[in-house]
Ligand binder design. Structure first.
Ligand SMILES: [Zn+2]
Ligand SMILES: [Zn+2]
Length: 389
């Protein structure tokens, strides 16, 4: 029976085994299910029973290619590493000093826990922690990036710092709970752009999960018009359902910049949120905004991208890059979701049990049946929850 010193548990309602099932990454693309010791929360950490985890395009990058994961300073292969970073679950164990959360509380989990002691963390920019990746082992800076530099969520339990938790209510399904972080990333992009976008024009490029959530959040914040560009009509259609006033299929439109301006009354838009990672996207974005406009880059590019610097300087355009879900944006996103200001579940398409992770990954990777967000659920967790009710 799991009973580490100093950790509060409630085995009657939430029995915790000493070992748990966990997927680990071997060679590129090779995942296998194994047993790992159930992790132990330290001071200000909790043990989360993972109830659901969504697959992200970045998980596929990590599993098949390695970066942006960095384990012990290198590629994540054959190190017993468990990927997965967009998860939610139930608090089942409390580390020393934790009274902010109760056992049984449902939470979504932010990916990044800053070290709390570097300059950026002290400024509230914990997703830009200067001790990124320096944790566990010879140096222990207490920094975590679930599924990037520390073990993630394709398993049954994980430890997380209380600062990364977002309480969710029982009306929110497990699947929707996994989307809090996705919506939080979109919220962070709009936060960095200034946040006060009511009545101003926003173009989102790329209707992936973060782009679609950027449309929803921009609309919920009162932006108008909200324009979405992309290559797939079915995704653009979901963008409309989430609040896009207009959509542009770039495959069918010879000059996407001219089309966006036309849709905004002949003028450049105030803000662009770039979520496509297309090679032409940065130059399109800086030409879509008006003079003095702002562009936020939220997608990992796969190659060097040409940038028209002279155009940016001549027109006083502001450029931002964001990583993850900083500045507590997940809390603001969750508030919108709780108030049903948009329906994030429109981007959830499939659910599989944890043991079918390879099938779930195949669906996400090949976009089988137009898959967008594919979720795996911890069936053991689901059974426990029923038993506890
Ligand atoms: Zn992700
Ligand atoms: Zn830090």
């Amino acid at each position: 029976m799991y009973s580490p010193a100093g950790v509060k548990t409630n085995h009657n309602e939430f029995p915790i085994p000493d070992t748990m099932r966990a997927w680990v990454l071997g060679d590129p693309g090779q995942l296998s299910m194994t047993d790992k010791p159930t992790p132990v929360p330290k001071k200000a950490e909790v043990l989360v029973r993972i109830d659901a985890v969504a697959i992200c395009a970045t998980d596929l990058e990590i599993i098949y290619h390695g970066p942006p994961a960095s384990i012990q300073g290198g590629l994540p292969f054959n190190k017993g590493f468990t990927p997965g970073h967009e998860y939610m679950g139930t608090v089942v164990g409390l580390g020393v000093g934790v009274d902010e959360y109760k056992i049984g509380q449902r939470v979504a989990v932010e990916i990044h826990a800053g070290c709390g002691q570097c300059r950026r963390c002290r400024e509230g920019m914990y997703t830009s922690c200067h001790n990124y990746g320096l944790n566990y082992g010879d140096v222990d800076k207490g920094h975590r990036a679930n599924g990037f530099t520390t073990d993630g969520g394709f398993c049954e339990y994980q430890v997380n710092h209380i600062n990364t938790l977002v309480s969710i209510n029982d009306e929110m399904s497990d699947e929707e709970g996994t989307l809090v972080v996705t919506a939080g990333t979109a919220m962070y992009a709009l936060t960095e752009l200034g946040g006060l976008v009511a009545g101003e024009s926003v173009c989102v490029t790329g209707p992936g999960p973060i782009g679609l959530m950027a449309v929803a959040v921009a609309k919920a914040l009162g932006a108008q018009p909200v324009i979405l560009t992309g290559t797939r009509d079915n995704r653009l259609e979901i963008g409309k359902q989430l609040g896009a006033d207009a959509v542009v299929n770039v495959r069918k439109t010879p000059d996407v910049v001219a089309e966006v301006k036309k849709l905004n009354g002949g003028k450049g838009v105030d803000y662009v949120v770039e979520c496509s990672a297309a090679t032409t996207a940065v130059n399109d974005a800086v030409r879509m905004v008006n003079r003095g406009g702002r562009v936020c880059l939220a997608a990992f590019a796969h190659e060097d991208v040409p940038v028209d610097v002279a155009h940016i300087v001549r027109n006083n355009i502001y450029m931002y890059g964001i990583r993850g879900e900083g500045k507590s944006a997940t809390h603001r996103a969750e508030a919108f979701m709780q108030q049903k200001r948009f329906d994030a579940t429109k981007i959830h398409t499939h659910t599989f049990p944890l043991e079918d992770l390879p099938t779930a990954i195949r669906y996400a990777k090949a976009r089988v049946e137009d898959a967008i967000k594919v979720v795996v659920k911890n069936q053991v967790g689901a059974v426990n929850k029923v038993a506890a009710e």
